[in-house]
Design a protein around this ligand. Structure first.
Ligand SMILES: NC(=O)c1ccc[n+]([C@@H]2O[C@H](COP(=O)([O-])OP(=O)(O)OC[C@H]3O[C@@H](n4cnc5c(N)ncnc54)[C@H](O)[C@@H]3O)[C@@H](O)[C@H]2O)c1
Length: 200
Protein backbone atom coordinates (compact mmCIF):
# COMPACT_ATOMS: atom_id res chain seq x y z
CA UNK A 1 0.00 0.00 0.00
CA UNK A 2 1.33 3.51 -0.90
CA UNK A 3 1.10 6.18 1.76
CA UNK A 4 1.01 9.72 0.40
CA UNK A 5 3.42 11.05 3.05
CA UNK A 6 6.21 8.46 3.05
CA UNK A 7 7.32 4.92 2.85
CA UNK A 8 5.58 3.69 5.95
CA UNK A 9 2.52 4.47 7.95
CA UNK A 10 4.74 5.94 10.74
CA UNK A 11 6.39 8.35 8.27
CA UNK A 12 2.99 9.40 6.98
CA UNK A 13 1.75 10.00 10.53
CA UNK A 14 4.83 12.14 11.39
CA UNK A 15 4.42 14.19 8.20
CA UNK A 16 0.73 14.66 8.90
CA UNK A 17 1.51 15.94 12.40
CA UNK A 18 4.13 18.31 10.93
CA UNK A 19 1.57 19.64 8.41
CA UNK A 20 -1.12 20.12 11.04
CA UNK A 21 1.37 22.05 13.25
CA UNK A 22 2.35 24.36 10.37
CA UNK A 23 -1.19 24.87 9.08
CA UNK A 24 -2.15 25.80 12.63
CA UNK A 25 0.81 28.16 12.86
CA UNK A 26 -0.10 29.71 9.55
CA UNK A 27 -3.67 30.35 10.63
CA UNK A 28 -2.39 31.79 13.92
CA UNK A 29 -0.10 34.20 12.03
CA UNK A 30 -2.98 35.11 9.69
CA UNK A 31 -5.14 35.76 12.73
CA UNK A 32 -2.41 37.95 14.29
CA UNK A 33 -2.01 39.86 10.99
CA UNK A 34 -5.79 40.46 10.92
CA UNK A 35 -5.69 41.70 14.51
CA UNK A 36 -2.80 44.08 13.72
CA UNK A 37 -4.69 45.38 10.68
CA UNK A 38 -7.88 45.86 12.71
CA UNK A 39 -5.92 47.63 15.45
CA UNK A 40 -4.30 50.06 12.98
CA UNK A 41 -7.73 50.76 11.39
CA UNK A 42 -9.15 51.43 14.83
CA UNK A 43 -6.22 53.72 15.73
CA UNK A 44 -6.62 55.56 12.41
CA UNK A 45 -10.35 56.05 13.08
CA UNK A 46 -9.72 57.16 16.66
CA UNK A 47 -6.96 59.56 15.60
CA UNK A 48 -9.19 61.14 12.95
CA UNK A 49 -12.18 60.68 15.22
CA UNK A 50 -13.83 59.07 12.18
CA UNK A 51 -14.58 62.52 10.81
CA UNK A 52 -14.72 63.31 7.15
CA UNK A 53 -14.62 66.45 5.08
CA UNK A 54 -17.89 66.24 3.18
CA UNK A 55 -19.04 68.56 0.42
CA UNK A 56 -22.77 68.67 -0.24
CA UNK A 57 -24.07 70.38 -3.38
CA UNK A 58 -27.64 71.60 -3.05
CA UNK A 59 -27.22 71.68 0.75
CA UNK A 60 -29.70 74.56 1.06
CA UNK A 61 -32.44 72.53 -0.60
CA UNK A 62 -35.07 70.26 0.92
CA UNK A 63 -33.21 66.93 0.91
CA UNK A 64 -29.66 68.36 0.89
CA UNK A 65 -30.23 70.38 4.06
CA UNK A 66 -31.43 67.29 5.97
CA UNK A 67 -28.37 65.39 4.74
CA UNK A 68 -26.13 68.24 5.95
CA UNK A 69 -27.84 68.23 9.36
CA UNK A 70 -27.28 64.47 9.70
CA UNK A 71 -23.58 64.77 8.76
CA UNK A 72 -23.05 67.67 11.19
CA UNK A 73 -24.80 65.71 13.95
CA UNK A 74 -22.32 62.86 13.40
CA UNK A 75 -19.41 65.28 13.79
CA UNK A 76 -18.30 65.56 10.15
CA UNK A 77 -16.97 68.81 8.69
CA UNK A 78 -19.42 69.90 6.04
CA UNK A 79 -19.14 72.34 3.15
CA UNK A 80 -22.24 73.36 1.19
CA UNK A 81 -22.30 74.64 -2.38
CA UNK A 82 -25.64 76.01 -3.50
CA UNK A 83 -26.73 78.84 -5.77
CA UNK A 84 -29.98 79.31 -3.80
CA UNK A 85 -32.01 79.09 -7.02
CA UNK A 86 -34.64 76.93 -5.32
CA UNK A 87 -32.89 76.48 -1.97
CA UNK A 88 -33.30 78.71 1.03
CA UNK A 89 -30.72 80.33 3.29
CA UNK A 90 -32.92 79.38 6.27
CA UNK A 91 -32.25 75.70 5.53
CA UNK A 92 -28.51 76.11 5.95
CA UNK A 93 -26.89 74.45 8.94
CA UNK A 94 -24.88 77.13 10.81
CA UNK A 95 -22.07 74.63 11.44
CA UNK A 96 -21.54 74.02 7.71
CA UNK A 97 -19.35 76.34 5.62
CA UNK A 98 -21.49 77.78 2.85
CA UNK A 99 -20.53 79.00 -0.62
CA UNK A 100 -23.19 80.53 -2.82
CA UNK A 101 -21.97 79.16 -6.13
CA UNK A 102 -23.38 77.92 -9.36
CA UNK A 103 -21.86 74.64 -10.55
CA UNK A 104 -19.41 76.02 -13.14
CA UNK A 105 -16.17 74.16 -13.63
CA UNK A 106 -13.66 76.89 -12.64
CA UNK A 107 -15.60 77.80 -9.51
CA UNK A 108 -16.11 74.15 -8.55
CA UNK A 109 -12.44 73.30 -9.05
CA UNK A 110 -11.29 76.30 -7.04
CA UNK A 111 -13.60 75.47 -4.14
CA UNK A 112 -12.81 71.74 -4.23
CA UNK A 113 -9.08 72.40 -4.21
CA UNK A 114 -9.43 74.79 -1.27
CA UNK A 115 -11.72 72.54 0.78
CA UNK A 116 -10.22 69.17 -0.21
CA UNK A 117 -13.35 67.08 0.49
CA UNK A 118 -13.04 63.32 1.00
CA UNK A 119 -16.69 62.70 0.19
CA UNK A 120 -19.00 64.51 -2.22
CA UNK A 121 -22.77 64.20 -1.96
CA UNK A 122 -24.27 65.73 -5.08
CA UNK A 123 -27.87 66.82 -4.52
CA UNK A 124 -28.02 70.04 -6.55
CA UNK A 125 -30.47 69.84 -9.44
CA UNK A 126 -33.45 71.66 -10.87
CA UNK A 127 -36.75 69.82 -11.13
CA UNK A 128 -39.02 72.59 -12.30
CA UNK A 129 -41.57 71.64 -14.96
CA UNK A 130 -41.87 75.26 -16.04
CA UNK A 131 -38.12 75.48 -16.65
CA UNK A 132 -38.16 72.18 -18.53
CA UNK A 133 -40.67 73.50 -21.03
CA UNK A 134 -39.79 77.21 -21.20
CA UNK A 135 -36.01 77.20 -20.64
CA UNK A 136 -34.76 73.65 -21.14
CA UNK A 137 -31.19 74.92 -21.58
CA UNK A 138 -31.21 76.07 -17.92
CA UNK A 139 -32.27 72.59 -16.84
CA UNK A 140 -29.57 70.94 -18.98
CA UNK A 141 -26.95 73.40 -17.76
CA UNK A 142 -27.78 72.79 -14.12
CA UNK A 143 -28.45 69.05 -14.14
CA UNK A 144 -26.12 67.71 -16.84
CA UNK A 145 -23.29 70.25 -17.19
CA UNK A 146 -23.44 70.95 -13.43
CA UNK A 147 -23.05 67.26 -12.58
CA UNK A 148 -20.20 66.89 -15.11
CA UNK A 149 -18.42 69.83 -13.46
CA UNK A 150 -18.86 68.37 -9.98
CA UNK A 151 -17.56 65.01 -11.26
CA UNK A 152 -14.55 66.63 -12.94
CA UNK A 153 -13.68 68.63 -9.83
CA UNK A 154 -14.13 65.49 -7.67
CA UNK A 155 -11.80 63.53 -9.95
CA UNK A 156 -9.13 66.23 -9.81
CA UNK A 157 -9.31 66.37 -5.99
CA UNK A 158 -9.14 62.56 -5.72
CA UNK A 159 -12.14 62.21 -3.43
CA UNK A 160 -12.89 58.85 -1.80
CA UNK A 161 -16.61 58.60 -2.35
CA UNK A 162 -19.19 60.24 -4.60
CA UNK A 163 -22.91 60.05 -3.91
CA UNK A 164 -25.45 61.17 -6.46
CA UNK A 165 -29.19 61.71 -6.13
CA UNK A 166 -30.97 60.25 -9.10
CA UNK A 167 -34.73 59.96 -9.38
CA UNK A 168 -37.30 57.20 -9.82
CA UNK A 169 -38.64 59.35 -12.69
CA UNK A 170 -35.98 57.66 -14.89
CA UNK A 171 -38.22 54.58 -14.74
CA UNK A 172 -41.33 56.34 -16.09
CA UNK A 173 -44.39 54.33 -15.06
CA UNK A 174 -43.01 50.88 -14.18
CA UNK A 175 -45.35 48.02 -15.07
CA UNK A 176 -44.28 46.07 -11.97
CA UNK A 177 -43.74 47.38 -8.46
CA UNK A 178 -41.59 47.48 -6.46
CA UNK A 179 -39.06 48.62 -9.06
CA UNK A 180 -35.72 46.82 -9.08
CA UNK A 181 -32.37 47.27 -10.84
CA UNK A 182 -33.88 45.25 -13.69
CA UNK A 183 -36.84 47.61 -14.22
CA UNK A 184 -36.60 49.09 -17.75
CA UNK A 185 -35.52 52.72 -18.00
CA UNK A 186 -38.20 54.95 -19.53
CA UNK A 187 -37.67 58.63 -18.76
CA UNK A 188 -40.82 60.53 -19.71
CA UNK A 189 -39.92 64.13 -18.82
CA UNK A 190 -36.98 66.43 -19.65
CA UNK A 191 -36.03 66.33 -15.94
CA UNK A 192 -36.00 62.52 -15.99
CA UNK A 193 -33.80 62.61 -19.11
CA UNK A 194 -31.26 64.82 -17.35
CA UNK A 195 -31.15 62.40 -14.39
CA UNK A 196 -30.77 59.45 -16.75
CA UNK A 197 -27.95 61.26 -18.58
CA UNK A 198 -26.18 61.62 -15.23
CA UNK A 199 -26.61 57.92 -14.44
CA UNK A 200 -25.02 56.98 -17.78
N1 LIG B 1 -37.74 65.79 -3.66
C1 LIG B 1 -37.99 64.65 -4.30
O1 LIG B 1 -39.09 64.07 -4.21
C2 LIG B 1 -36.90 63.98 -5.11
C3 LIG B 1 -37.16 62.73 -5.68
C4 LIG B 1 -36.14 62.11 -6.40
C5 LIG B 1 -34.92 62.73 -6.57
N2 LIG B 1 -34.70 63.96 -6.03
C6 LIG B 1 -33.39 64.56 -6.24
O2 LIG B 1 -32.85 64.90 -4.97
C7 LIG B 1 -32.07 66.08 -5.05
C8 LIG B 1 -32.55 67.10 -4.05
O3 LIG B 1 -33.92 67.39 -4.33
P1 LIG B 1 -34.75 68.44 -3.45
O4 LIG B 1 -36.15 67.99 -3.47
O5 LIG B 1 -34.09 68.65 -2.13
O6 LIG B 1 -34.64 69.74 -4.38
P2 LIG B 1 -34.40 71.26 -3.93
O7 LIG B 1 -34.79 72.11 -5.10
O8 LIG B 1 -35.06 71.54 -2.63
O9 LIG B 1 -32.82 71.30 -3.74
C9 LIG B 1 -31.91 71.43 -4.80
C10 LIG B 1 -30.85 72.43 -4.39
O10 LIG B 1 -29.90 72.54 -5.42
C11 LIG B 1 -29.60 73.91 -5.65
N3 LIG B 1 -29.17 74.03 -7.06
C12 LIG B 1 -29.87 73.71 -8.16
N4 LIG B 1 -29.15 73.92 -9.27
C13 LIG B 1 -27.93 74.37 -8.85
C14 LIG B 1 -26.73 74.76 -9.51
N5 LIG B 1 -26.64 74.74 -10.85
N6 LIG B 1 -25.67 75.19 -8.77
C15 LIG B 1 -25.77 75.21 -7.42
N7 LIG B 1 -26.87 74.85 -6.73
C16 LIG B 1 -27.94 74.44 -7.43
C17 LIG B 1 -30.88 74.66 -5.35
O11 LIG B 1 -30.70 76.01 -5.00
C18 LIG B 1 -31.44 73.84 -4.18
O12 LIG B 1 -31.00 74.34 -2.94
C19 LIG B 1 -32.19 66.55 -6.50
O13 LIG B 1 -31.05 66.10 -7.21
C20 LIG B 1 -33.44 65.88 -7.01
O14 LIG B 1 -33.38 65.69 -8.40
C21 LIG B 1 -35.66 64.59 -5.32
Amino acid sequence: MNYPYGASIEDAYKKLQYDIYHVKNRSVSLYIATLIKRRSCLLHNLRNNNRYEILVTGGAGFIGSHIVDAYVKRGHNVVVIDNLSTGNRKNLNPKARFYQLILKIARCLFRFQKEKPQVVNHQAALASLRLATKEPEVLVDSNIAGTMNVLLASGRTKIKRFLFASSCSVLGHPKKLPATEATPIEPLSPYAYTKYANER
